[in-house]
Design a protein around this ligand. Structure first.
Ligand code: ATP
Ligand code: MG
Length: 140
């Protein structure tokens, strides 16, 4: 299990811009298998809970407001070394610093509206996957 899954969200900015298909295409072409997926919208409370680690940061309010502002695609992805490889694929948090060819370089608008989320550790990948999906919704 460890190292095999990561959790992602296509954020409201990218859903609104009709980038769902292009982003999923790139994810699959990069060797990730989609094992759970849904189009959904986070309530402000749920978004606040998801990003609770950032509660003390100055951008927390803005982050929660943005993440609950419209529909998102939530998905669990399977691949060897999933967490690290997915973070490489999405690029730096600030799209201005993201490498050429990364999802954030191609599709993100700004530091706040940066198109996709990717888990930062195997432990958080599992917590985040279980936050959004029940066991029977994950096809592993
Ligand atoms: P994510 O967790 O969404 O994959 P990340 O791990 O690259 O992004 P974090 O440091 O976990 O970055 O920050 C979470 C999110 O908070 C970022 O994706 C971004 O949308 C927002 N954020 C982070 N830093 C700032 C900032 N200085 N100003 C505005 N928004 C920020
Ligand atoms: Mg993060």
């Amino acid at each position: 299990m460890a190292g095999k899954i990561t959790f992602t969200m296509i954020k409201p900015d990218a859903v609104k811009s009709q980038y769902i298909g292009a982003i999923l295409d790139k994810i699959v072409a990069s060797g990730f298998k989609i094992v759970a997926m849904k189009l959904t919208q986070l309530s402000a409370a749920k978004a606040g809970e998801f990003y609770e680690v950032h509660k003390e940061r100055p951008f927390y309010g803005e982050l929660v407001e943005f993440m609950s502002s419209g529909p998102i695609v939530a998905a669990v992805l399977e691949k060897d070394n999933a967490v690290e490889d997915f973070r490489t694929l999405i690029g730096a948090t600030n799209p201005a610093n993201a490498a050429e060819g990364t999802i954030r370089k191609m599709y993100a608008k700004s530091m706040g509206e940066n198109a996709v989320h990717g888990s930062d550790s195997d432990e958080n990948a599992l917590i985040e996957a279980q936050f959004h999906f029940s066991g029977v919704e994950m096809f592993r």
